[in-house]
Design a protein around this ligand. Structure first.
Ligand SMILES: Nc1nc2c(ncn2[C@@H]2O[C@H](COP(=O)(O)OP(=O)(O)O)[C@@H](O)[C@H]2O)c(=O)[nH]1
Ligand SMILES: [Mg+2]
Length: 216
């Protein structure tokens, strides 16, 4: 989906002190409400990628995310009105103790590492554990590689191989290399996940119709 398609119907705003649940799940406003959570080591570029996605901005000096930050957004996708809550969980260990409860009731998760600093992959398993602990074990998780623009072309293949191995080893959904600076794959990975969630929702509803189960 392109930015102009997000145009009029798009509302981006900060929480204004309201609980995100109150904003995003307001009954019948949306065909679907999805909560997406974003984790990964501090400094890997979570906030920067979200700012690129939400506002099409790139700030080379993004301030440290203190604790947890969230944004809500309304989009149209596949003819549906979708309410999104995007939770940026910070990344500094000293905030970790408060993060668990913010992970709950999420439909999908994104775990970030910095492609120019592979040491940041080391935190990926912990984030996955926390996301699964506070959600359905089968929550789809995308591994996001950031700052692709900082990586020499010749190293890319090796990094992709390592990342794809993580996807297999930890049962993630897929891997997506990105650059928020160059605007590579930022919208794509997020819409990819939203499309999966919409698809799953169609399947669930079809199944319920067949079995006569009204669901919830
Ligand atoms: N070159 C480059 N720098 C980036 C990119 N994404 C983030 N950064 C920089 O990485 C630093 C940390 O980013 P930030 O979003 O605060 O990381 P967070 O702690 O994961 O939220 C900032 O200086 C960003 O400008 C990118 O795609 N390319
Ligand atoms: Mg941040």
């Amino acid at each position: 989906m392109k930015h102009h398609e997000r145009g009029k119907g798009l509302r981006a705003r900060e929480g204004n002190g309201k609980k995100p649940e109150e904003i995003v799940t307001t009954a019948s406003l949306y065909d679907n409400s999805f909560k997406l959570i974003f984790g990964g080591a501090g400094g890997v570029g979570k906030t920067t990628l979200l700012n690129r996605f939400m506002y099409n901005e790139f700030n080379p000096a993004t301030p440290l995310t203190v604790g947890v930050a969230f944004n809500t957004l309304a989009i149209e996708r596949q003819g549906r009105n979708i309410g999104l809550a995007l939770w940026d969980l910070g990344g500094q260990d000293r905030f970790r103790f408060i993060q668990g409860i913010y992970c709950e009731k999420s439909q999908a998760a994104f775990v970030f590492f910095d492609m120019s600093n592979l040491g940041t992959l080391g935190q990926v398993p912990d984030w996955i554990s926390m996301f699964r602990q506070y959600n359905d074990q089968s929550i789809p998780i995308v591994l996001v590689g950031t700052k692709m623009d900082l990586v020499p072309e010749t190293e890319l293949e090796n990094i992709h191989a390592i990342a794809n191995q993580y996807v297999v080893d930890y049962g993630m959904y897929c891997y997506g290399p990105t650059s928020a600076m160059l605007k590579i794959n930022v919208e794509e990975i997020i819409y990819y996940m939203i499309d999966l969630l919409i698809y799953n929702d169609y399947c669930t509803r079809a199944q319920q119709a067949q079995t006569g189960d009204p669901g919830t």
